[in-house]
Ligand binder design. Sequence first.
Ligand SMILES: C[S@@+](CC[C@H](N)C(=O)[O-])C[C@H]1O[C@@H](n2cnc3c(N)ncnc32)[C@H](O)[C@@H]1O
Length: 218
Amino acid sequence: MDTDFWLQRWEHGQTGFHQTRVMPLLQKHWAGLGLPAGSRVLVPLAGKSLDVAWLAEQGHAVLAVEISPIAVEQFFEEHALRPETSSTPQGTLYRAGRIEFLCGDIFSLDTAVLADCAACYDRAALIALPPELRARYVRHVYGQLPAGCRTLLLTLDYPQEEMDGPPFSVPAAEVRALYGDRWHIEALESRDILAQEPKFAARGLTRLQTDVHRLTAL
Ligand SMILES: C[S@@+](CC[C@H](N)C(=O)[O-])C[C@H]1O[C@@H](n2cnc3c(N)ncnc32)[C@H](O)[C@@H]1O
């Protein structure tokens, strides 16, 4: 699964992952990260998520990273924002107020871009990637975030053999295997959500749980 897969999804409007409200689990757990006002938050694989605007409304400087220009342009259009754009080695940077959207490949980010991120919000990003890419993603992105960085990570846990991803199942044991060497992991909440997600039941799932993790970089 490469970036073309996602570019096509946006091209054809196949964006069932997009939510038309701010993620309630973000609103519930974000304050628990205890971040200083104004701190910079990375939102990897951001789509055109309303969560980006919500984080900016909390006073954060937000760096959202997304490969599809369609997603980025729709984000600014839907929020009636007129961003300034500039060219960077990692892609086109769109900037409006406290929001920066980098339209480029997450794997092109380097330490210079990530060093001042005090936090990360990962919803439908880790779990959007197949197993081999997940490991590379965690090494590349999370490996370059500074010590003390906090992350709110939302994952799904379901019997992988019942459905092909994305989204992929990333059980708590895999979160420990991926992050455990450098990140302190706290399980904040696990919720059975199959009844609220009929489209997944229709795809054959018999169990679907969402897990919320708080990670702190050591
Ligand atoms: C499942 S969607 C989730 C979007 C968003 N996090 C949300 O909650 O709506 C994954 C997004 O990652 C983007 N993406 C996939 N691979 C990427 C990459 N290598 N670099 C940057 N963005 C990528 C896709 O275009 C897509 O918008």
